[in-house]
Design a protein. Structure first.
Length: 317
């Protein structure tokens, strides 16, 4: 495996180098360490059969993949994220998932995500081409951003295997055995998802696929003020009625989902010290709201306090 570290770099050069390396070798993101001067990180990257494995150790930081980072790629790649130690909050596809040691989540780079590591952590990211993953997990988008807890199904065994793969030198196994082991790992993960989400997997695969496509479109266009059920249905070439049917399976209307996601992103920025130089209105309008009173009412209904009070409370926490 290729190994890279920022430990020998001076001060703030570490944070810049780490963000640049991750963006170049994994995917484009912005990385903000909690301690700019004391930032430290090490990354090991290697190929194992159909998989690309990245093992990362780092301190408290935020890894953000925003819409401006996303390019239209020739093929989708999914990432299985395994929290080996430490903890992190992973936000993706409308889910806020608390990851603790032994837990997994799934994501793909065509939708924005935010990963806030809350303490010194070790994380393994297993990157899998879409065509390979779908042989084992037919509708992976429905699990993006969802928590696969430790000790569900074969999750614990999958974590142990991933740790062994990180320690294993790739050239110790032939290419044929690497592919066998890689696919065995994906079988273990898919079995764990089937056990954890059995009731959802048994629902219509067609509805699930369209629901994931609609959510992806919303995540990619959440900042646009004209985003609405009608524009989504038109873009996906669906009837508005069928779009409503798709979202009925999640017991949340299209409009409610859009509003919730906008409020969640606004709340995330309002409490983030990096955005304290921006007014509440600037943040709200940047996420598609076009009425300050409407935003304030909606925010208070969801979080129990007006946005300015929310910012004050979070700053003093």
């Amino acid at each position: 495996m290729e190994s890279w570290s920022v430990s020998s770099l001076p001060g703030r050069a570490k944070a810049v180098a780490w963000s640049d390396f991750y963006s170049e070798r994994v995917e484009k993101v912005s990385i903000t360490p909690a301690d700019q001067d004391g930032c430290d990180a090490q990354i090991r990257i290697g190929e194992f059969g159909p998989l690309r494995i990245m093992q990362m150790t780092c301190g408290r930081c935020s890894i953000d993949r925003a819409p401006h980072h996303i390019e239209r790629a020739s093929g989708r790649v999914y990432s299985l994220i395994y929290q080996v130690r430490g903890s992190g909050l992973f936000a993706h596809y409308g889910h806020d998932t608390q990851l603790t040691a032994g837990a997994f989540t799934l994501c793909h780079g065509e939708a924005p995500y935010a990963y806030h590591l809350q303490e010194d952590s070790e994380v393994v990211m297993v990157r899998v081409p879409a065509n390979v993953l779908k042989e084992h997990l037919p509708s992976p988008d429905q699990f993006c951003g969802r928590l696969l807890p430790a000790r569900i199904g074969l999750t614990e065994a999958a974590g142990i295997l991933i740790s062994r793969l990180c320690a294993q030198q790739a050239n110790e196994l032939s290419a044929d055995f690497q592919h066998r082991v890689g696919r065995h790992l994906l079988d273990m993960i898919s079995t764990s998802y089937a056990i954890a989400f059995e009731s959802e997997i048994t629902s219509s695969s067609n509805i699930s696929a369209w629901h994931s496509r609609a959510k992806l479109h919303i995540e990619q266009h959440l900042r646009k003020p004209d985003l609405s059920p009608c524009t989504i249905a038109d873009k996906l070439k669906l009837s508005p009625r069928y779009l409503r049917t798709i979202f009925a399976s999640s017991e949340e209307t299209v409009s409610a989902y859009i509003l919730r996601r906008r409020l969640e992103e606004c709340a995330r920025q309002i409490e983030d010290p990096r955005w304290h130089g921006h007014s509440i209105t600037q943040i709200a309008f940047s996420w598609g709201f076009n009425s300050a009173p409407h935003f304030t009412r909606s925010f208070r209904d969801r979080y129990g306090v007006p946005p300015r009070r929310f910012r004050t409370l979070r700053a003093s926490a």
